[in-house]
Design a protein around this ligand. Structure first.
Ligand code: GLN
Length: 345
């Protein structure tokens, strides 16, 4: 009796879903996110791209030239908290520019979307990530938190009475996104801190235009430290999955940011996450993503999963070659590009 009632209930909801599907229209193409399919795809992508030799480690930060270029790890974390990995998940690389996403989210949390738009900017510059011309052209306006000037400005806006307090809360927020306590790669930090005159110049130029909100030297130093946080592909995929899940870490279940913060973070990733190649990336994948010169790249499939790859060799724009290929492959196979729309019959 009880069993047949349950069957009836399931059948009723199934029918309701079909009716709703026909009336509202299931715009998105159907996708197979089963365990077997995801595991198969990650294996396939790993084998397909593991021997790609294009690209080269970043070397303008001296320590990055010493990182093993063969590190190759893939991770996908679904919004129900299932973690899939393939390849090297134990090797760490510095997070670099991927940290910018989560500092932006932190500032959105603290000050709201209007303040981020007014005080930093949310327009793609279309230029290299450390372009000074981009700042100069618009007198410090019309930049965004995904490139160095906007990222240093974002770091300067993080709440905290002094540099130590700001740093502590940044490290905590990045850790909450990753779901574990992250630490700094000291050799990378020391290497870049001794060599970041260009970023210091950017911070001072912003100050000259009234668009730096804390001491420029200290802000650049915190920013440099945040870029040196160590992560693996699983950390990055969990961070992406937290965004995909509306701000709740799907593994730890911690509420890291609000859905509204995610709503305003993803469009800037979409338009500026891969620097001057952001348009090419978005055209090919349809997903908001963020790269770093350490070789990490993450992408967010809203409501479904976060995916990340770590592989240090970069292309000319500063984006991991293998990571772009793997993520594009998986997105294509899963048919999760949001712009791939099944016409209504
Ligand atoms: N720390 C690096 C820099 O400021 C980050 C750049 C990057 O990952 N694109 O140059």
């Amino acid at each position: 009796m009880k069993k047949s009632y349950r069957i009836c209930k399931v059948a009723f909801f199934f029918l309701l879903t079909i009716i709703a599907g026909n009336t509202i229209g299931f715009a998105q193409t159907k996708t197979d996110l089963s365990k077997a399919n995801i595991e198969r795809l990650l294996n396939e992508a790993y084998t397909k791209f593991k021997d790609v030799k294009e690209g080269k480690n970043a070397d303008y930060i001296k320590e990055l030239a010493n990182v093993d270029p063969n590190i190759f790890g893939i991770a996908l974390v679904t919004t129900d908290g299932t973690v899939y990995t393939k390849g090297d998940i134990s090797s760490m690389v510095s997070i670099q520019s991927v940290s910018k996403v989560f500092v932006m989210a932190q500032v959105l949390e603290e000050l709201g979307p209007q303040a981020v738009q007014d005080k930093i900017g949310v327009d793609a510059t279309g230029m290299r990530f450390n372009s000074i011309v981009a700042v100069e052209l618009q007198k410090g306006k019309e930049i965004n938190p995904m490139v160095n000037p906007g990222a240093i400005a974002a770091t300067s806006l993080v709440a905290g009475a002094d540099s130590a307090a700001k740093w502590k809360s940044i490290l905590q927020k990045q850790s909450d996104f990753a779901g574990r306590q992250l630490t700094v790669n000291q050799p990378v930090y020391i290497s870049e801190a001794g060599d970041n005159l260009r970023n210091q110049a950017i911070a001072h130029l912003l100050l000259a235009y009234g668009r730096m909100y804390f001491d420029p030297v200290q802000s650049t130093d915190i920013y440099t430290k945040q870029c040196a946080i160590n992560v693996n592909a699983k950390d990055l995929a969990t961070m992406a999955a937290t965004l995909a899940n509306g701000g709740i870490n799907p593994v730890t279940k911690k509420k890291v940011v609000t859905p509204q913060t995610v709503q305003y973070t993803l469009p800037v990733m979409a338009t500026a996450g891969l620097y001057d190649d952001s348009g090419i990336w978005y055209y090919n994948s349809g997903l908001p993503a963020k790269s770093g010169v350490g070789g990490g790249l993450l992408a967010v499939c809203p409501g479904k999963f976060g995916i990340a790859v770590v592989s240090p060799p970069l292309d000319a724009a500063g984006n991991s070659v293998k990571a772009q290929k793997v993520i594009k492959y998986v997105v294509d196979q899963l048919k999760v590009d949001p712009f791939l729309i099944e016409p209504k019959k």
